[in-house]
Design a binder for this molecule. Structure first.
Ligand SMILES: *Cc1c(COP(=O)(O)O)cnc(C)c1O
Length: 376
């Protein structure tokens, strides 16, 4: 945790649960990615954390933005981000939202089906479109594979159809899955991408843009992975598979940019055992799946935790959230242990919680307000 956050928490003692994000770390991660991938354009995936402070920080650093909805587009425009810095990167859009984005000046749209292309041709005539294809999401803790992207073999035909419909088929995209921890995945995806480039060329479509999506990991419970593990794999893959023609490459980091910049401070509400001799204690925090930790669904994302008693003797726990809902359990099978002298009222810090938390928290399930946020 950054000293800035530590100082903020000590001085302000905010009510819990709350998210505190250090904007210096957001900037640092943006700059690191841009240094590691020179010449590659960065489109920040707004959905990871759409806080105004994050968007303006990245705007001032020159970032472009990948928007998932017309609402994110409107938010960016309201922050004086020019429409030519926006990409409507979602493959599932209402036709009237496409039209609104187009009228506002957005000219880059994603698709992965003929049906979406038809909408685009009507609502965004002549716009640049890129086709998302399916790629393996093995190695990702939060896969994004089945719902998005078409079969790679189908892409050249869709690109031809786009041209026939008066659109400008400029590129293709993929996403290796969020919190991707296997760098080998990049080579496989880039090899398929190169094949699509050459198949499209044979059919008369000259692609110029390759969108390699997001997936760069944050530092959760597994050992920390340096960004370079991934960016080096990307650079090697581009050299190998795009040897004679290097397209314009764009990247859409979401999680990586704000993830490690934030911590959630929470409070222990209850510690109990189901029977006097039960092995595992139940530890209930004032945040759970509905309060900003939906990514613990199926225990997929496993955060690092910090308690005031760290270093003392620990025992196994089932960690749960505060709501009256059976599914509001955070970790059981993941085998977390917490200090034996942890007590009700203690503060538990959830580290690297700057992405996919606050914007994901419910508006008032059980009456609990949305997660409070501080950007410093
Ligand atoms: C969610 C998403 C991203 C960001 O993914 P991360 O794993 O958070 O980096 C990028 N591109 C698209 C199209 C997405 O849907």
């Amino acid at each position: 945790m950054s000293q800035k956050i530590q100082r903020f928490l000590a001085e302000n003692q905010p009510d819990t649960p709350c998210l505190v994000v250090d904007l210096d770390v957001v900037s640092k991660h943006y700059q690191r990615l841009s240094q590691e991938l020179p010449g590659v354009e960065i489109f920040y995936a707004v959905k990871a954390n759409p806080a105004e402070e994050i968007l303006t920080t990245l705007r001032d650093l020159g970032s472009k933005f990948d928007a998932a909805s017309i609402y994110e587009i409107e938010q960016c425009l309201a922050l004086e981000i020019a429409p030519d810095r926006l990409s409507f990167g979602h493959t599932i859009k209402k036709e009237r939202h496409i039209g609104q984005a187009f009228d506002a000046g957005v000219r880059q749209f994603a698709f992965d089906s003929l049906e979406e292309l038809q909408k685009l041709s009507r609502a965004a005539p002549g716009a640049s479109v890129f086709c998302r294809f399916l790629t393996s999401n093995d190695g990702a803790d939060w896969p994004l594979s089945d719902k998005f992207g078409c079969n790679p073999d189908f892409v050249p035909e869709l690109l031809c159809r786009a041209a026939e419909l008066g659109l400008a088929p400029t590129g293709i995209s993929f996403h290796v899955g969020s919190q991707q921890r296997d760098p080998a995945t990049w080579d496989a995806a880039l090899s398929v991408a190169a094949r699509i480039f050459s198949d499209a060329k044979e059919r008369g479509i000259k692609l110029s843009m390759l969108n390699i999506g997001g997936g760069f990991p944050s530092h959760y419970r597994a050992p920390k992975q340096e960004l370079a593990v991934h960016t080096n794999a990307i650079k090697r893959g581009l050299q190998k598979h795009f040897a004679d023609f290097v397209p314009k490459v764009i990247v859409e980091p979401g999680r990586y940019i704000p993830g490690d910049a934030g911590i959630i401070q929470s409070e222990v509400v209850l510690i109990s055992r189901k029977s006097p001799d039960a092995q595992k204690r139940w530890v209930y925090l004032d945040i759970g799946k509905f309060g900003g930790l939906p990514e613990v669904l199926d225990e997929a994302i496993q955060y690092r935790l910090r308690t005031p008693q760290d270093g003392g003797q620990t025992g196994p726990v089932i960690l749960a959230g505060p709501t009256c809902d059976e599914v509001d359990v955070i970790y059981d099978a993941a085998g977390y242990e917490l200090p034996l002298d942890l007590a009700v009222g203690d503060l538990v810090e959830i580290l690297s919680a700057g992405a996919y938390t606050a914007s994901y928290s419910s508006v008032g399930f059980n009456g609990f307000p949305p997660l409070k946020e501080y950007y410093i």
